[in-house]
Design a protein around this ligand. Structure first.
Ligand SMILES: Nc1ncnc2c1ncn2[C@@H]1O[C@H](COP(=O)(O)OP(=O)(O)OP(=O)(O)O)[C@@H](O)[C@H]1O
Length: 249
């Protein structure tokens, strides 16, 4: 029987973001429930990554609040949020190129989760296994191909022992076969109970994992709900008019 999961683990309410006179987010309300996988789509420049920045603490909102596990964390920074269990991956993977794969994960466990000694090592080893890159542990990061860099980016987030995982276009640039492997990894993380929020332009990948879909356009949430309802929403189709994604909606 399917369990109904309805406890919000993270909520952004009334989020505005201005860069000078340019308003990028307009009163965005967003939340993800414990154990839920939420997809975020929207045309380029819709404000998706900016919303991630606000949730992860890298971007201060101009207005609004972020609540995590019942606590107002709006004024905390990215390091504090990572420590508390909010981890993110970036569109362009950002490993430390001078380190091996394992050293990258150890650094993530130490700096991100504030662990040391055996504990840090344990989390780093677990992340290696979760992201299926144990065989690459001693490989220099600079020698990795794109799929393995993406897996490492995922593993770096996992090494911080997150409760909420923010994935920013992690599927981009992969072949269909590679994408398939990545989807399997993310599905396993979801099955383990992790809350996943995933920005992705590759809709068919997203649909294999998510419970709920949110569509943003021009800094606003224009539709959310069951993926098929959102994809058939007239406002969503209008927002994508003429774009590549229009073909798959
Ligand atoms: N630091 C900044 N200063 C000024 N404008 C910014 C800044 N960061 C983002 N923007 C602008 O905010 C808007 C939203 O950008 P954002 O990256 O959040 O969109 P997105 O939906 O993630 O787009 P994409 O799908 O292309 O990644 C864009 O017009 C972008 O140029």
């Amino acid at each position: 029987m399917m369990t109904i999961l309805s406890t919000p683990v993270i909520t952004g309410s009334g989020i505005d973001k201005h860069y000078g006179a340019f308003q990028v987010l307009h009163g965005v309300d967003f939340s993800a429930n414990k154990g839920e996988a939420v997809g975020i789509v929207g045309p380029n420049g819709a404000g998706k990554t900016t919303l991630f920045g606000v949730l992860a603490g890298a971007t201060a909102p101009s207005a609004g609040s972020v609540i995590y596990q019942g606590e107002d964390i709006t004024t905390t920074n990215a390091a504090q949020r990572c420590h508390a269990g909010i981890a993110r991956t970036h569109q362009v993977p950002r490993p430390f190129l001078g380190m091996t794969v394992f050293e990258n994960l150890l650094t993530a466990a130490q700096n991100g989760a504030g662990l040391s000694g055996d504990d840090a090592e344990k989390y780093a080893v677990h992340a290696l296994q979760q992201a299926d890159i144990a065989h690459l542990a001693n490989r220099p990061t600079s020698a990795l191909g794109l799929l393995d860099r993406k897996r490492l980016e995922l593993a770096r987030a996992l090494a911080t022992a997150p409760k909420v995982l923010l994935l920013d276009e992690i599927g981009g640039g992969l072949t269909e076969g590679e994408l398939h492997q990545l989807i399997a990894l993310i599905s396993e993380l979801k099955a383990d109970g992790l809350t996943i929020i995933w920005i992705e332009h590759i809709l068919h990948a997203l649909l294999k994992v998510i419970d709920r879909l949110v569509c943003m356009s021009e800094g606003r949430v224009i539709a959310e709900g069951a993926p098929s309802d959102v994809m058939n929403n007239p406002d969503v189709m209008k927002a994508y008019l003429g774009s590549e994604l229009e073909k798959v909606l």
